[in-house]
Design a binder for this molecule. Structure first.
Ligand SMILES: *Cc1c(COP(=O)(O)O)cnc(C)c1O
Length: 387
């Protein structure tokens, strides 16, 4: 029963007999590993993906995490990175060359957008951003040189879904690879690979770790795809995580189902409260029946997690700031997926940078953490009254 969730999170890959029979895996905080003979070293050099030689490539603590993430995402193998952005960049670079064309969902995570629209352009890779709410838009954007589809469902800030099996089928018809950012749902609430997508990327900083104390990423896919990324981008760019961060992630994973259940259940209450409030014009959360893609969410996601955006009925930025500054339980900060509820006002990042100008200044992203839902709702209620 290696695919049983509780087994994966609590035991898979831990081989306790090789770590002093300690219940908790040791942090193998070693940069390099030694061999009794030249022949033994030669054998390991050939298999750097699966054997300890040098921690940039393989580390026993990180290896436990690789096995768990791969099993969670129905993949053969996984690689762990020092950030989610590094995982995304390594995967995209590995399957793209000069002259290729990428089709990417519009309004993806900001650094995915910069990777595609700024960095790759310097190396002669073209791109098209598409409204992913209609899978046909992916088909229409295909050119003879299209090599990769990038998905992020739901996408950042506006939480629009892509029909993962429909887009994956279009890609397969045309011999195009698919890569999906699954950070929002975590492997618990959505499995893109089971729906036909080739590779999944995670910001492990978010739900997977869950304690706001690690920045990390993960990539999962077939053995051949992971071997390619490992032998090229992973080893040359060097985004290996520290063994200690891998250990914290293993610990965070133990409670992933409990944390997500709490966050999603509270988010449901918070979203319904906000939807009914006169000062909230719109709630972007696919768990609501009023969300235009609610039925697709029910089809391809097991549940809808605890991140949403709202649009306030606020006349100006000052009114938005009154709401935000008066929220006591939602800390003003980037990121999400930890224990603490957070708010991220779009207006804080508009302005000189020229970024996010395609979004309304009234938009605030809310992350519902592990605090009591009624406490969070009371906090929102008093802050909405200050608009
Ligand atoms: C945070 C985030 C990323 C980037 O991950 P880091 O760990 O911050 O590098 C990528 N995609 C999504 C959806 C995110 O929320």
């Amino acid at each position: 029963m290696n695919d049983d969730l509780s087994f994966i999170l609590n035991h898979l890959g831990e081989e306790r007999e090789s770590g002093y029979d300690a219940v908790v895996p040791p942090i193998v905080q070693s940069g390099n590993f030694t061999y009794p003979t030249v022949a033994a070293m030669r054998a390991v050099v050939q298999q750097e993906m699966d054997r300890p030689l040098y921690t940039r490539g393989y580390n026993p603590t990180v290896a436990i995490l690789r096995k768990k993430i791969a099993a969670l995402e129905h993949a053969d193998d996984a690689l762990i990175f020092s950030s989610g952005a590094a995982a995304m960049a390594a995967a995209v670079l590995s399957f793209t060359k000069a002259g290729d064309h990428i089709v990417c969902v519009h309004k993806p995570y900001s650094w995915t957008k910069k990777l595609v629209s700024e960095l790759l352009v310097r190396f002669g890779v073209e791109h098209t951003f598409v409204d992913g709410t209609d899978a046909e838009n992916y088909r229409k954007a295909i050119k003879p040189n299209t090599s990769l589809f990038i998905l992020e469902s739901p996408n950042s800030l506006t939480f629009e879904l892509q029909d993962l099996s429909a887009v994956a089928a279009i890609a397969k018809d045309h011999g195009i690879l698919t890569l999906c950012d699954n950070s929002f749902s975590s492997p618990l609430y959505q499995n893109p690979i089971a729906l036909g997508v080739d590779m999944v990327v995670h910001s492990a900083t978010k739900y997977l770790n869950g304690h706001s104390d690690v920045v990390a990423g993960a990539l999962a896919g077939s053995a051949a795809h992971m071997r390619q990324v490992m032998s090229k981008e992973f080893m040359t760019l060097g985004p290996a995580p520290s063994p200690h961060d891998a250990w914290l992630l293993i610990r965070g994973l133990r409670t992933l189902p409990l944390r997500m259940e709490r966050s999603a259940t509270s988010a449901d209450k918070v979203a319904r409260f906000l939807e009914a409030h006169a000062k909230v014009k719109r709630v972007h959360w696919p768990g609501l029946e009023s969300h235009p893609q609610h039925s697709l969410a029910k089809k391809q996601m097991k549940r809808v997690a605890g991140l949403m955006s709202i649009e306030l009925d606020a006349p100006d930025v000052a009114a938005v700031e009154r709401f935000c500054d008066n929220l006591k339980n939602f800390l003003i900060a980037v990121s999400w997926g930890g224990y603490e509820s957070l708010q991220w006002p779009v207006c804080a990042l508009q302005g000189p940078s020229g970024y996010y100008t395609d979004l309304p200044f009234t938009m605030v992203r809310l992350y519902v953490g592990l605090e009591d839902a009624d406490r969070l709702i009371a906090d929102l209620e008093q802050a909405l009254a200050k608009i």
